[in-house]
Design a binder for this molecule. Structure first.
Ligand code: MRU
Length: 355
């Protein structure tokens, strides 16, 4: 992603330090957050300094590599140290499959190492490969998905599945960026995405940076614009896809998909195959994260004097529920855009790697 003319990846590792774009500060401030060890990397994932399925996968892989480097420096009980680090990293967030994919890939690669010094090299290389693979998959999704976008298509999206949700490029938004760079003039309806406002804060910031036309709408306005005939297609990302094609994504995705069906609008999901959990047979088995109620009870933003503030929006003593994701049944999904091609949810099995 280009920010003020400089190319950034959302997450990278430099000399043992994991560096990430500090997402809660956006769009008001652009800052890089440094995690010197795996504990701080795990903390950054659970507090959502880094968020989005692919980005937390990359961060988790790098966190695992940091733990191996730390174990080497500790010199004792390295196996237990690395195992505990793995447990900590996978317990940061429960829904996004890419986190488990990346952490386990680095962990399993290290298990095969003959000694700790070799393990360090293997871990750093494997984590770097996972990050590069994520970029390449998203770049391919951009090209495949762009074929669905016409000269002036009006696309609706929910949450943020752009540059910031992956190592680079993104999934739901990358076809839009690609089409724009090819000279087309797409328009994006951006759902604000309560309670953390990833649409209003992050998707809008990315589209503005790319010069793509967009308008932010309240989450509950999306059906209104669908019914008016002002939405040509919907593209969203995913945090985990079950093997039957059911898709977990940001809370509110399910209702967009049902409304899309009602209004005859194609509804696409864009995700790398690393998001598919082949061991999970149906969406009801995907664990759904429930976050703190304060995210619903308060809204954060910049006041008229330019200060970032959290303000309470409900009466004192009010309680809230805050599920972060929901599951859209496969029957509402027109197609899943992956780096291996566009498939119907009921033919997902063609993507399953041979064992
Ligand atoms: O809670 P988040 O912000 O980590 O949720 C992830 C998301 O942004 C979305 O659900 C997204 O559409 C899929 S992740 C690429």
């Amino acid at each position: 992603m280009l920010v003020n003319g400089i190319h950034y990846r959302t997450v990278r590792m430099d000399d043992g330090t994991v560096k990430m774009i500090n997402q809660p500060l956006l769009p008001h401030k652009f800052e890089i957050y440094n995690c010197p060890d795996h504990v701080s990397t795990a903390g950054a994932i659970s507090t959502m300094i880094v968020r989005g399925a692919g980005a937390i996968g990359t961060a988790g892989g790098f966190g695992m590599a940091q733990a191996v480097l730390e174990a080497f420096n500790l010199k004792k009980d390295s196996e237990a140290y690395i195992r505990k680090a793995r447990e900590m990293l996978v317990s940061t967030r429960p829904t996004a499959q890419n986190l488990f994919y990346a952490v386990n890939k680095v962990y399993n690669a290290v298990l095969r190492a003959p000694d700790l010094q070799t393990a360090c090299r293997i871990a750093v290389d494997e984590a770097g490969r996972i990050a590069d693979e994520d970029v390449l998959s998203c770049r391919t999704i951009a090209e495949i998905g762009a074929e669905l976008i016409g000269e002036k298509s009006r696309i609706m999206t929910h949450c943020n599945a752009g540059w910031l949700a992956f190592t680079d490029w993104g999934t739901a938004l990358s076809p839009v960026f690609y089409a724009k760079r090819e000279g087309r003039d797409p328009f994006v309806w951006v759902d604000e995405t309560r309670p953390r406002l990833q649409g209003a804060r992050l998707t809008a910031w990315e589209l503005k940076g790319e010069g793509v036309r967009y308008t932010v709408i309240a989450d509950n306005a999306s059906g209104y614009f669908m019914k008016l005939g002002e939405v040509d297609l919907i593209i969203v990302g995913s945090d985990r896809i079950a093997s039957n094609g059911d898709v977990a994504n940001k809370i509110g995705t399910y209702e967009k998909a049902v409304l899309a069906r009602e209004n005859g609008i194609p509804f696409y999901v864009a995700a790398p195959t690393s998001t598919i959990d082949w061991s999970c047979s149906k969406g009801d088995d995907i664990p759904i994260e429930e976050r703190q109620e304060d995210e619903v009870l308060f809204v954060r933003g910049k006041d008229l004097d330019g200060r970032i503030k959290a303000v309470r929006i409900v009466p004192e003593g009010t309680t809230a529920r805050n599920p972060a994701f929901d599951v859209t049944p496969a029957r509402f999904i027109s197609g899943i855009i992956t780096e291996k091609g566009l498939v119907k949810p009921d033919t997902l099995a063609v993507l399953q790697p041979a064992v």
